[in-house]
Design a protein around this ligand. Structure first.
Ligand code: PMP
Length: 446
């Protein structure tokens, strides 16, 4: 009898027993190819000796020194490595234990920054529908997944949401990508003017939307226009790279590809690569200095921030992410994965869109490719694909469509950066099998 409180009380899961490169092995010895890094976490696979050694070495020195009493070498080193890769102007690193903590810290830093500047009226924050920023109440308030928000509505901070940049569903016929990008970004200006520019503090966005939409990159120019609008009204731009950052798109920071400089950027998942719970909120010198020269104290904090084992792991991960050729490999394998997905599913009657960047790819499922109508939600096809993939020895990350029908079910792939051609072939073969079986189960022939 288990005393664990699981995510889903109706599902019995296999027991993980061992990691081996791109594979996880359960207690019966069955191997699962990890094509999603859990949730875009395990970017270096499951048995990376350099990260394991870095943790062991640090453990022999000390494991925990509370940041209210001590600084530490691993934390300093990790911060230096992050800033060296971060967009221009990003200067300070606030180390936490995961993505929600990083985004929650961002929400509060934004507010404190404006209070310190005497702009107390700036408390309104704007984010986007169909986004995910974490499950703590501040981060959930920024998130735009109606299903996740619904239950907790009365507890959420009031924020407003604009439509995301989502070519497949929102780009109009006859519009170029560039025109659409501008139109989508200008929604932010409309919302700022509706709320009153003097009240708006920040805008939140994932450069490539992960969990809620499935690897949806903004079109070229969108984030640049967003930056311009934020600058015009003195609003902070907060980018959430918890899922798409740390090399997932083939760039250590995804926004560097868009040539956009945020004021605050959050990372997690890939930075600890699953070896330690780790996240970070990075901010500009201007924000840091405002607090340092003001009250001198960011009114936030968590017991485990800057944990030395997590920082040592993150530092060893950064060393490997920045090795020569690593990001080139991610981009090259990403193109191969995309090509293999197009070969296998390009003509599939229920695959409406195949998209993504680097090793961050997704399929969106629809009931009709012409109308793009989502699948009947009662099919719970995403859950079936996950189950059938696990049966076939494949981990992928399918999610249901949004409750308002604005996205269909999708399957997200985010394999470790160490995959080779044979892994790509295995992913596509097993995913194809799992999809066939799932459609058969709901009485739809493919
Ligand atoms: N932001 C984004 C973009 C995410 O994808 C996630 C996790 N899926 C989070 C924040 C929250 O991270 P965590 O689960 O580590 O709290």
């Amino acid at each position: 009898m288990s005393h664990i409180f699981p995510r889903n009380t109706r599902v019995t899961l296999p027991t993980a027993a061992k990691g081996d490169g791109c594979y996880l092995i359960d207690s019966t010895g069955k191997r699962y190819l990890d094509a999603c890094g859990g949730a875009a976490v395990s970017c270096l696979g499951h048995s990376n000796e350099k990260v394991i050694d870095a943790i062991k070495t640090q453990l022999d020195k000390f494991s925990f020194a509370h940041t209210g009493f001590f600084g530490s070498e691993p934390a300093e080193e990790l911060a230096n490595k992050l800033v060296a890769q971060a967009p221009t102007g990003i200067d300070r690193v606030y180390l936490v234990s995961g993505g929600s903590e990083a985004m929650e810290s961002a929400v509060k830093l934004v507010r404190q920054y404006f209070v310190e500047k005497g702009e107390h009226q700036r408390s309104h924050m704007i984010a986007r529908w169909q986004s995910y920023h974490g499950n703590t109440l501040g981060a959930l308030s920024a998130g735009g997944n109606k299903w996740r928000r619904e239950m907790f509505g009365p507890l959420l901070i009031e924020m407003s949401h604009i439509d995301p940049c989502y070519t497949y569903r929102y780009m109009q016929e006859g519009e170029t990508e560039e025109e659409y990008g501008l139109r989508a970004a200008n929604l932010l200006e409309e919302e700022i003017l509706r709320v009153g520019p003097e009240k708006v503090a920040a805008f939140f966005a994932e450069p490539v939307v992960g969990a809620t939409m499935g690897a949806v990159p903004a079109v070229k120019g969108y984030l640049k226009r967003i930056r311009e609008i934020c600058d015009k009204y003195g609003i902070l731009l907060v980018l959430d790279e918890v899922m798409c950052g740390m090399g997932r798109t083939g760039h250590i920071f995804a926004c560097n590809e868009d040539e956009v400089r945020p004021d605050i950027v959050a990372v997690a998942k890939g930075i600890g690569a699953g070896y330690q719970p780790l996240g970070a909120m990075l901010c500009s010198k201007e924000i840091y200095d405002t607090i340092a020269e003001g009250s001198g104290f960011f009114q936030h904090g968590h017991t485990y921030m800057g944990h030395s084992l997590a920082a040592a792991a993150g530092s060893a991960v950064m060393d490997q992410l920045t090795e020569p050729g690593r990001m080139e490999h991610v981009r090259a394998m990403g193109e191969k994965l995309s090509a293999a997905l197009h070969d296998e599913f390009g003509q599939h009657p229920y695959v409406g869109d195949i998209r993504g960047r680097g090793l961050f790819r997704a399929l969106e499922l629809v009931s009709d490719r012409g109308t793009k109508a989502p699948l009947d939600p009662s099919f719970k096809l995403h859950a079936k694909v996950k189950q059938n993939a696990m049966k076939a020895g494949l981990m992928c990350y399918p999610m249901g469509g949004t409750v308002d029908g604005k996205t269909g079910d999708h399957i997200l792939l985010a394999p470790p950066f160490i995959i080779d051609d044979s892994h790509i072939a295995e992913i596509v073969e097993k995913l194809s099998l799992a999809m066939k079986e799932s459609f058969t189960q709901v009485g739809v022939s493919v």
